[in-house]
Design a protein around this ligand. Structure first.
Ligand code: HMH
Length: 185
């Protein structure tokens, strides 16, 4: 059940089309503008989590916050290059993910750390499935497949406890699937 959800969240027709260079511009731009909104929400969540995290988790979480600030700059740059204006409105899957992150503000740290590990591991695996030397979207694929990002996901993995939070893991994966679906819709 969980395996099937991991597969659904990390192998998706959106990613196949990115790999093959056949993704429609409007689908890619929809993903890009919605993911920028998601990353802004993720930074808010992660900064709050850092504030209540135990000592051993602070380093990896703080490093991740800095990376997310850089990522927001990168998204703004990419959006401008693709002619996407600022002030994009969140679509239903982005709003639902926002609500999940808000709920996690009130859950125990152990659960929130586990969810964060799933959120980042999904992107590492998903974009790894889109690797192709010929894709015109290589810059995006490279962004979430670098050794540095893989090391960050490993660092989060040491703080995560997926066995204790199976339902939450499934919940995050379901939101990830819905996010890819939104891009293609
Ligand atoms: C929807 N999940 C989504 N967007 C992202 N950028 C990540 C995970 C990883 O940061």
């Amino acid at each position: 059940m969980l395996d099937a959800l991991w597969t659904a969240a990390t192998r998706h027709p959106f990613l196949d089309a990115v790999r093959d260079g056949t993704i429609a511009d409007d689908a890619f731009d929809r993903w890009l503008s919605q993911d920028a909104l998601f990353v802004a929400d993720l930074l808010t969540f992660q900064a709050r989590l850092l504030a209540r995290a135990p000592r051993p988790a602070q380093g990896v979480l703080a490093g991740g916050c800095v990376a997310l600030v850089d990522e927001l700059d990168w998204f703004e740059d990419q959006a401008a290059r693709r002619g996407i204006g600022p002030g994009q409105q969140p679509l239903p899957a982005t709003i639902a993910y926002h609500q999940l992150l808000r709920r996690l503000d009130d859950s125990e740290v152990d659960a929130a750390l586990t969810a964060l590990w799933v959120i980042e591991r999904v992107y590492l695996l998903a974009w790894s499935s889109a690797v192709s030397s010929a894709s015109p979207f290589r810059e995006f694929v490279d962004h979430w497949t670098t050794p540095g990002f893989a090391a960050y996901v490993d660092g989060l993995g040491e703080l995560a406890n997926p066995e204790a939070h199976g339902e939450l893991v499934a919940d995050v994966l379901t939101h990830e699937v819905a996010f890819w679906e939104m891009a293609l819709a």
